[in-house]
Design a protein around this ligand. Structure first.
Ligand SMILES: Cc1ncc(C[n+]2csc(CCOP(=O)(O)OP(=O)(O)O)c2C)c(N)n1
Ligand SMILES: [Mg+2]
Length: 510
């Protein structure tokens, strides 16, 4: 067999069964090796950021990595923003980048570049193969590294001659180790801090699944502690039947406010709270003065087991699951808040939310706190343009569940090609574009930066020309309609629920 076959076969043996690809000439043998194996599904993304964002959404929901197949340095460069988001989410992803053989690379042909250097920003594991015999071992290592907690992105560079040369070496990858258990001594320290009062949990990673959420809320109820969730988590279980936690706000001033009374902040699979951006005279670290940080579980440790053990130690029963409670039918104009209420009312049981809706995402998050049970995928790395691709990946991972892709109009323009993949694969995604015709968040930031926004910079305005999202979606194969009032959005969401494939609603929110 060829090196390309050995590589793909090894990944299949390791459980990888889907590949998001945008290939070129240097990947022909890899493409052929995938085509020869029906157990590896190949999905075309018509921009590399779609491939990487889809792999992120897929693995967040499926719990196992997808393969991303890219074309040399420029292909990787196009994929990087969403690989950055995946890395910050600790999503396992295996990226294979085709390259020229060493001899041609030395001659500096047009597509040659330093691929490893490009990968460094987003990947936890990087290697370049030299021979066909190395491909299976390196593919196995890439997979194991991606899956070793804290999980992340592996990048394997595959020169064309390694892919086309013969080899006999195929491997079954080693199983990745499970998350490390939390030492018992830490449980005792945390239990003591909880009993002392003034404690709060900050949950992230594996602590945001239903059982650990229930355990944390139960411990909090028994000890008088508070429970916060990380502002941008990879995935959070929410809604009816799940314990409610308070999301740590985005703006530092608000974080300082909600943490003001906290004497001990207990990290459970979350990082210490820090400012997302810097502002003059605002501290970067947001633990309250006089407060201290305690770690129950570091990222990559078994946060869920630690919370279960702590609950047992404190004899705290899980918090009772919350009842379903929907926001009232909104009245008046189609504000972002009204749209958020309508979306919460229309969420079906077990929906998946892909949130790339910056300011509107916050409204939707608040309105849906007691909506039907759902999973929320956040923009972990702050690189906008993830929502549409991640929704596609999540829909491929969970074909029985409806995905709601909440999309800012600005961020949506980064990744609209993902709609084409949704249409081609017939994916069950309802996209709501919050068509406020602006980068609203940046207007707000400018207000804070200079104490007012006189509109002298046009850089935050997306109109004129107003983007016609219905035409864009239809042009990419996704049926779509506009909604300019509460009644129209309500009707459009009801219509979308009857679609098995993708549907886009351009909501003209004010
Ligand atoms: C890759 C990348 N480029 C630029 C930014 C800066 N940025 C943050 S939010 C934003 C605009 C978001 O606009 P939109 O999606 O319309 O949401 P809104 O602010 O209107 O809620 C921009 C450009 C970013 N976060 N990531
Ligand atoms: Mg906008």
């Amino acid at each position: 067999m060829r090196g390309a076959d050995a590589l793909i076969e090894t990944l299949i043996r390791g459980g990888v069964d889907i590949c998001f690809a945008n290939p070129g000439t240097s990947e022909m043998h890899l493409v052929d090796a995938i085509a020869a194996r029906p157990s590896m599904r190949a999905i075309l993304g018509v921009h590399e950021t779609v491939c990487s964002g889809a792999a992120d959404g897929y693995a967040r929901m499926q719990g196992k990595p997808a393969l991303v197949l890219l074309h040399l340095g420029p292909g990787l460069a196009n994929a990087l923003a969403n690989l950055h988001n995946a890395g910050k989410a600790h999503t396992p992803v295996v990226v294979v980048v085709g390259d020229h053989p060493q001899g041609l690379r030395a001659l500096d042909p047009p597509l040659a570049s330093d691929i490893e250097a490009m990968a460094k920003g987003a990947a936890k594991w990087i290697a370049t193969a030299r021979t066909a015999d190395e491909l299976a071992p390196l593919a196995a290592q890439a997979l194991t590294a991606a899956l070793t907690p804290p999980m992340g992105v592996s990048v394997l560079v595959v020169p064309n001659d390694a892919a086309w040369s013969p080899t006999q070496v195929v491997l079954t990858p080693q199983a990745a180790p499970p998350p490390k258990p939390v030492p018992a001594a830490r449980l005792a320290t945390v239990a003591k801090a909880l009993k002392a009062g003034g404690a709060a949990f900050l949950l992230g990673g594996g602590a945001l699944a239903p059982a650990p959420l229930g355990a944390a809320a139960g411990i909090a109820a028994a000890t008088g502690a508070k429970v916060f969730s990380a502002t941008f988590a990879a995935r959070q279980a929410r809604g009816a039947g799940r314990a409610e936690v308070e999301r740590l706000p985005y703006f530092p001033a608000m974080v300082f406010q909600v943490l003001a009374e906290v004497k001990t902040l207990i990290l459970v699979g979350a990082r210490p709270p820090i400012s997302f951006f810097a502002y003059p005279n605002v501290p970067y670290e947001m633990v309250p003065a006089g407060g201290k940080l305690l770690t129950l579980a570091e990222e990559g440790e078994d946060a869920a087991a630690a919370l279960a053990a702590l609950a047992k130690m404190l004899e705290a029963p899980p918090a009772p699951p919350r009842a379903r409670a929907l926001p009232a039918m909104p009245k008046g104009g189609l504000t972002t808040g009204a749209a958020a209420a309508l979306i919460a009312r229309h969420l079906p049981e077990d929906a998946i939310i892909s949130d790339d809706a910056t300011t509107a995402g916050l409204d939707c998050y608040m309105a849906s706190r007691a909506a039907a049970a759902h999973d929320w995928l956040f923009l972990t790395g702050g690189a906008i343009g993830q929502g549409i691709p991640a929704a596609a990946g999540a829909a491929l991972a969970c074909p029985q569940r409806r995905v709601f892709s909440l999309q800012g109009d600005g961020a949506g323009l980064y990744c609209l090609q993902g709609l084409w993949t949704q249409a081609r694969e017939g994916l069950g995604v309802t996209t709501v574009i919050f068509a406020n015709n602006k980068y609203r968040i940046l207007e707000m930031e400018m207000m804070m930066a200079r104490g007012g926004n006189d509109g002298r910079s046009g850089l935050f305005e997306l109109a004129p020309p107003a983007v016609d999202w219905v035409k864009l979606a239809q042009g990419l194969g996704v049926p779509a309609r506009r909604a300019a009032s509460i009644e129209e959005l309500d009707a459009a969401l009801a219509h979308a629920a009857g679609e098995s494939g993708p549907f886009l609603i351009a909501a003209d929110v004010t």
